[in-house]
Design a protein around this ligand. Sequence first.
Ligand code: HEM
Length: 712
Amino acid sequence: MSSATSVSASAMAATSSAAAAAAPPCRLLGSGQAHLRLPPPAASGRRRLLLRCSASGGNNGKGGGGDGSDPILEERRRRRQAELAARIASGEFTAQGPAWIAPLAAGLAKLGRPGELAAALLTKVAGGGGPEIPQAVGSMSAVTGQAFFIPLYDLFLAYGGIFRLNFGPKSFLIVSDPAIAKHILRDNSKAYSKGILAEILEFVMGTGLIPADGEIWRVRRRAIVPAMHQKYVTAMISLFGEASDRLCQKLDKAASDGEDVEMESLFSRLTLDVIGKAVFNYDFDSLSYDNGIVEAVYVTLREAEMRSTSPIPTWEIPIWKDISPRQKKVNEALALINKTLDELIDICKRLVEEEDLQFHEEYMNEQDPSILHFLLASGDDVSSKQLRDDLMTMLIAGHETSAAVLTWTFYLLSKYPNVMAKLQDEADTVLGDRLPTIEDVKKLKYTTRVINESLRLYPQPPVLIRRSIEEDTLGGYPIGRGEDIFISVWNLHRCPKHWDDADVFNPERWPLDGPNPNETNQNFSYLPFGGGPRKCVGDMFATFETVVATAMLVRRFDFQMAPGAPPVEMTTGATIHTTEGLKMTVTRRTKPPVIPNLEMKVISDSPENMSSTTSMPVSAASIASGEDQQGQLSREKFSGHSPEMMASGFSSISSRRLPSMNVDARHRKGQSGRRGVRRLAGGILLGPGHVAVDKPDHPDLWFGTEYRPAGR
Ligand code: HEM
């Protein structure tokens, strides 16, 4: 859910251009350091702290990607943290509140009801009396010039699970405590809205699922969640494989030409291509071309990010918003996207009308398994505008998040060659040289753990945004309505109390035979997809997508940071971006081919077997020889490819032709004339060349939200 992230930054930024001016002056302490003034935790409510907060990252996060792998940066970070802790402990930053408050308040309280009220007001204003949320008072310069969530980490270490961050008239509650996060996201979620997030994203997502609140959200979530059923996600595996294969071909060329590649933008294109097909059956083909619509999508995304981080909301200034060239470009981009979406909706409506429709819970059209098709086929009674908002929301939600996960995963892999080697071993053994199936994905357990761990270190988004719409109590502190809250997933995921070696990329921390880590089994210390009723609807989709792409890329290539590549630092956009891209040298792997003994689904060509899939072990060696173990597939089926080429490991030959030819044969024999869902025993035919099994039998690999709205 990409754009959530940014808004947090922006939320501070956008609301506080004035705030920055009104805030206490930020006394520079030296390069990159700024003061933040903090009163102490509740227990010592009358005291105030003056805290030095490093504006250069001050923690595990800045430079080197914050993964703990760069010893110099690590050492610097440790020293900064130790210094900060020692100074806080010494009381250097602590100032006593005025000593006259308590006696004066006591005197006032003796004057009856009005006096009591005045005493309460005085103690509140002066910071005395009952429990008060610790406060950090600062200027924008303390949090700008770097990814905004980084200084929040220092403050969290100093102040703990909940504190208030004040910028002039604006304040935010920063939550980094799992129990409080659970309360807001799950246990009392009705008391919170999306607040600033909805305001900033309105121009692009309207009342789509991410910004929507209340009844609109409830109705739309109930319509959309069923579209992402297990069969749909299973069907998407071949889409992920094909898109990743196109990326491999691009990298192949770069490897041959000896050119370095900027992986962040390639991952962005990969996931755009995937999500376009998955959500509304549109092939952006952005890995191949830069056409108008691809550019329009990027213009819109960048605008959302700009709005999220801009201190001045220029897009709201009367007249300027109509004449600014930037806004004109954004409006044109939005108009093009809307027109395209309207056309796609019309085409899909026609298809549904012509279809011999038998709608059921796991309905899926094999020619067009998209979410849009499901929604229209389900008879979803919705306006075209709402449908467009939903599609646009999912396009954005599912695009930059997955791209960011892949970017930071590959960055981490370049820093941890031992993890890369293990990953490659697994990919070799499980995949051989074919497109992954759902069965393969279930076996890619280490790859899944790598993604789990990458999401721990680089959560996308790093902060979740809420606004209280009722009074509540958080961590023992009463809070009023209208509080803007940032739940720092970054802090939760790197909390030194909860995680051993919190900054170290260690996929082994998640046992291979253990359950897939999620917010429930980690008790809200790990929230890669949020939690509660607003949990990501694309969690399974995204995990499979990133697992497939990672496995396919590493089995074919080695990845290293390109010589002379700029340092990889973080900045906040819709998700965590790199500041200057992820420039890598990609080399084709020279490993000898692995000869695994794999279980592959093979569908016999014979008419008797048309309606069933049979599973038989097929070794890579037999694939290489052009035969399966029953000798059913002859060399001619691999026409044009010599056995030597077949055996040469990760060549351009793909043994995925093996099952696909059988499926094609079924098409030729006229078994697929009827429109609608065709069920095969144990599998579903998705189109030429694609077979996906019906239900995976490893529940731990189904990450599905256990939280569905009532009525599902
Ligand atoms: C690795 C990739 C992804 C990550 C890390 C991710 C993360 C998240 C998170 C943390 C939330 C909760 C936001 C909040 O509570 O404020 C969320 C919500 C959402 N995500 Fe994802 N997401 C990913 C991929 C996807 C994909 C592929 C889709 C769609 C196909 C999607 C659709 C959504 C939607 C619609 C919501 C809003 C749900 C609601 O409010 O009811 N996400 N996502």
